[in-house]
Design a protein around this ligand. Structure first.
Ligand code: PLP
Length: 426
């Protein structure tokens, strides 16, 4: 098959717009008539700096948040690396806050050992990281926090499996979340790629107070960023890998409130963290370092940033009302696919609860004559023969998953819906 024959519903890496790839292919050979390709130019060249700064500005413009309050970091850790980075950096910020409080209570002349003893006691009693687990990815983030810190510091504030026979597919009512007082962070995954569960809106229980104080909210938006409006000011940190809606694999974006960065907050010294028995981040995961160096502490893949930048420029050009325009299209495409599935309940079972089903990753099971395994195999085979590819569910849960990312055109969603209908009737 050729590229134009295929609509690729893979969960990530996702398909990219063909015109972006055509431009990028040329840029790989010769960037803007320089005779040298984009992947060959120095990451410290002026042109690389321009690519970075433009991508950052376009991201803030498209998502419509004030770049003055947030720092956009381009990193290489993947979503998985950010699970660790969130823990290291926000535990560090917690220690800095407590350290300042203890110094002011004990007076500036206090003996260092006494300060450390008080801090240690406070950490043992009061350092908590809250996790809302609603699917495979927030579970992994929670497990990473436990691995880095030890279970005593990590609070499983909600576990969606407990209300759904041990499986993901629902979001527990916010009134049941067991949130800690003054947690170092409250973490959730906005869209669970494997389980097809998406938060319908920002969880009200985590909203900031009128004076701007409130929980330190961290979210993984790897698989739904750029597809709907995000109330960025409610978050202290949000992050996403590029390989679904933003670009190709290789760059990860962290958007962090500037109040967690110098001059307001600097990370505690490694010596202090060692005395407290708390972990010290690898230098590449320390947000302060990445921010100070405009994301160029070490060699960044400018090619990947370039692709992300081209995707953002295309989105800005396509939608004069920016992310709201894409949001309307995303909802429309998801509705087309879900409606086709709902029309044939005798064959299709949508996995997550209707109230929390994802607009991005549409997860369902296919059964005919009581047989799911063979029916799904046949469904995938037939779909592939029609150019509808990448529909196999994640290996951990099986089934079918149609990833309805931004690069899927409306006609692609319609084509899939038609096939869903025809397959049910056949
Ligand atoms: N978070 C979510 C929601 C994801 O979908 C994924 C990957 O698919 C990850 C995190 C992990 O990302 P990475 O493979 O870049 O580490």
């Amino acid at each position: 098959p050729t590229r134009s024959d295929i609509t690729h519903f893979g969960a990530g890496p996702a398909a990219l717009p063909t015109d972006v790839l055509q431009t990028a292919a040329q840029a790989l050979l010769d960037f803007n008539g320089t005779g040298l390709g984009i992947a060959e130019h120095s990451h410290r060249s002026e042109l690389a700096t321009n690519i970075i700064n433009e991508a950052k500005a376009d991201l803030a413009s498209y998502l419509d948040f004030p770049a003055s309050d947030y720092e956009i970091l381009l990193m290489q850790a993947g979503g998985t690396g950010e699970f660790s980075a969130a823990v290291y950096n926000l535990v560090g910020a917690w220690v800095v806050r407590q350290h300042a409080a203890v110094l002011s209570e004990l007076g500036s002349g206090a003996d260092e050992a006494a300060v450390v003893a008080v801090l240690r006691e406070r950490a043992e009693k009061g350092l908590k990281l809250d996790y809302i687990v609603t699917g495979g990815w927030s579970l992994k983030a929670y497990q990473e926090a436990v691995r880095l810190l030890g279970p005593e510091y990590v609070n499983l504030a909600a576990d969606a499996r407990t209300i759904n026979d041990g499986k993901f597919g629902k979001i527990p009512d916010q009134s049941t979340w067991k949130l800690s007082k003054d947690a170092a962070l409250v973490y959730f995954c906005d869209n669970e790629t494997v389980d097809g569960v998406e938060f319908p809106e920002f969880p009200a229980v985590l909203a900031p107070n009128a004076d701007g104080t409130g929980p330190i909210v961290v979210a993984d938006m790897s698989s739904n960023i750029l597809s709907r409006r995000v109330p960025v000011s409610n978050y202290s940190l949000l992050f996403f890998g590029a390989q679904k809606n933003l670009g190709c694999t290789g760059v990860t974006v962290a958007v962090i409130k500037k109040s967690f960065l110098p001059p307001t907050t600097t990370q505690p010294s490694p010596a202090l963290m060692r005395k407290l028995g708390l972990p010290i981040p690898p230098i590449m995961l320390q947000y302060e370092i990445i921010a100070k160096n405009n994301s160029l502490y070490n060699t960044l893949s400018i090619f990947d940033v370039y692709i992300a930048g081209q995707v953002l420029k295309k989105l800005l050009k396509t939608y004069p009302n920016k992310v709201d325009g894409q949001q309307a299209v995303s909802e429309k495409k998801a509705n087309i696919i879900y409606s086709a599935l709902e029309a044939h309940p005798e064959v299709y079972r949508i996995v997550p609860d209707k109230a929390v089903r994802s607009r991005m990753n549409i997860c369902f099971r296919v059964t005919k004559n009581g047989n799911t395994d063979d029916t799904e195999k046949a469904f995938l085979k037939e779909a592939t023969s029609l150019g509808l590819t990448g529909l196999k569910g994640h290996r951990s849960v099986g089934g079918i998953r149609a990833s309805n990312y931004n690069s899927i055109p409306l006609e692609g969603a319609e084509k899939l819906a038609k096939f869903i209908e025809a397959y049910a009737k056949a």
